[in-house]
Design a protein around this ligand. Structure first.
Ligand code: BES
Ligand code: MN
Ligand code: ZN
Length: 517
């Protein structure tokens, strides 16, 4: 159940009097050093007959950055249950990312500490140059949906005497009368961005024996079916993949008992296909055992996440009816698992890729670049893509370089790479560009074929160079290595990201698409 988000305007007291829910809580975000001066704090204080100021004075709450406090009103005001105070720190020091952190805290505190189900959230003036009212409302709604995400687990009941998780059921944003329209637009977009991210999370969290290539294709088909006719979906089966000579996809699929699928989602603006076409390519390895170069126990943990790039591009296509871009968009996924079997592809095999280039298999665990290279080629040959963004859980090395909270991006065109980085910043997703110096290109030089898939270090850069060998001159391309950021273990869950798939990339893609107008 996703929280229902609505936007109203007017005086807080009248909003409260209109609440139909029996019990609701109110979130007040506050700057350091400004006391309870803000109109919303003052209104709540008045409404509670000074309870707010008495409690703040008595307990000494200082709204430092990310500090929170839950005040129980003991229902002294009809229906008003808890007041959740959240510190933004000093007004002059607040950044857009800082605000996001506070929002994550606000919603987790509301749910887990205040056990609130119905929330009222006055939109205060945060004075951020990078944030209009519309964007503020968007992020608040988005973070509410994301913070309250419930993984698609199959628990049949609570564990022993563990309390059942409460959920946010509704969020009412209170805007100024003159910015109501903007706040409504922003909130509507925020909900959609949150929901699309949750869709990607669900796809990643699905057990790998369920999330087969066919299942992923079905999920993509569903996105098209629910797109108001804006998105169409083509699924190519094994025979088609053979006909298209996708040697990389077929090699990786050889060890599998399950057929591969090549998925193409298409959006053209209502006016028809355009000169500019952005292809979104996602790595869709539904489970990565490593192949015959099999991974060990701990490396294979969570390898169901190896289709997180695919999940992101499919989920991004669910936003077409909201974004309605003026350029053509394609999402492409070569889906297969990477399995072991007596038929599996072998070290030393030479495969001919769809592009005609030959690749010597140096490592069966470097499978992602093989499937991606065919999808990248398809994007250029069959979709006339002029710009490509690929998202892939490609290398373990990216985590060594950037950790689990920053995605590594690579590109062949500074302008386009900056455009993607800017979209990521707007989305609140951390990315960092890594270089692709020529010196590392030769790492992929094959002995018995054009290329080897087992180039040496630095692993993430070599892998990026491998993909780039399949990009034609003049095509703008960005590769995002999300191996570190796509999945949270319980130890790295943070803010709005619980353990499991994060849905990384969906919102960056949405903002990138929006940047084309
Ligand atoms: N799917 C993995 C990369 C990965 C590692 C994703 C950790 C998420 C978390 C990829 O297919 C892989 O196995 N890469 C190898 C490449 C190597 C064999 C050249 C790696 O990174 O070790
Ligand atoms: Mn692998
Ligand atoms: Zn992989």
């Amino acid at each position: 159940m996703k929280p229902e988000v609505t936007v109203t305007s007017g005086k807080l007291a009248s909003t409260l009097s209109k609440m139909s829910e029996e019990r609701y809580s109110i979130v007040l975000i506050m700057f350091s050093g400004e006391g309870l001066k803000s109109p919303h704090c003052a209104a709540v204080d008045e409404l509670t007959n000074g309870l707010l100021s008495r409690r703040v004075e008595h307990d000494g709450f200082d709204p430092r950055y990310k500090q929170s406090k839950v005040i129980d009103t003991d229902l002294s005001v009809q229906g008003l249950d808890k007041v959740i105070l959240l510190g933004l720190g000093q007004r002059s020091k607040l950044t857009a990312d800082g605000l996001r952190e506070v929002l994550a805290e606000a919603f987790t505190a509301a749910r887990d500490s205040a056990h609130a189900e119905h929330l009222i959230f006055p939109l205060i003036d945060v004075d951020l140059k990078s944030f209009s009212v519309e964007q503020f409302a968007q992020v608040v709604a988005e973070y509410c949906v994301l913070a309250d995400y419930e993984p698609n687990h199959r628990k049949t009941g609570p564990w022993l005497d563990e309390a059942e998780q409460t959920h946010l059921k509704s969020l009412t944003l209170v805007a100024n009368r003159n910015s109501l329209r903007q706040a409504k637009n922003g909130a509507a977009l925020g909900v959609k961005l949150g929901e699309a991210t949750c869709l990607a999370r669900d796809l990643v969290n699905e057990p790998p024996s369920t999330m087969t290539a066919q299942h992923l294709a079905k999920a993509a088909t569903k996105v098209a079916t629910e797109s108001d006719g804006l998105v169409s979906c083509k699924v190519f089966g094994k025979q088609d993949i053979k006909k298209m000579k996708m040697g990389g996809v077929l090699a990786v699929n050889r060890g599998s008992t399950k057929a591969p699928a090549f998925i193409e989602l298409s959006y053209d603006p209502p006016s028809g296909a355009t000169v500019q076409c952005l292809a979104l390519v996602g790595k869709g390895v539904t489970f990565d055992t490593g192949g015959l170069d099999i991974k060990d126990y701990s490396s294979m943990n969570d390898m169901k996440m190896d289709m997180a790039g695919a999940a992101a591009v499919v989920a991004a296509m669910s936003l077409m009816s909201v974004l309605k871009p003026k350029i053509s968009i394609r999402a492409l996924v070569a889906a297969t698992d990477n399995q072991i079997s007596a038929d599996a592809f072998l070290q030393g095999d030479v495969i001919t890729m769809m592009s005609g280039k030959t690749v010597e298999v140096g490592h069966t665990d470097a499978e992602g670049r093989l499937t991606l290279a065919d999808a990248l080629h398809y994007a250029q040959e069959h979709c006339e893509a002029t710009m490509i963004v690929d998202l892939a859980t490609l290398t373990g090395a990216i985590e060594e370089a950037l950790g689990v909270y920053v995605t590594g991006i690579f590109g062949n065109n500074d302008r386009f790479t900056r455009q993607v980085a800017k979209a990521a910043a707007r989305a609140g997703e951390a990315v960092h560009e890594l270089p692709m110096p020529d010196i590392y290109r030769a790492e992929n030089k094959g002995k018995m074929a054009d290329l080897t898939n087992d180039g040496g270090g630095p692993g993430s850069i070599t892998a990026a160079w491998f993909l780039r060998e399949f990009i034609k001159d003049g095509i703008e391309w960005v590769h995002a290595d999300i191996a570190g950021t796509a999945f949270r273990t319980p130890g790295t869950a943070y803010g709005i990201e619980p353990a499991g798939g994060t849905g990384v990339g969906v919102r960056t893609l949405a903002h990138l698409i929006a940047s084309f107008g």
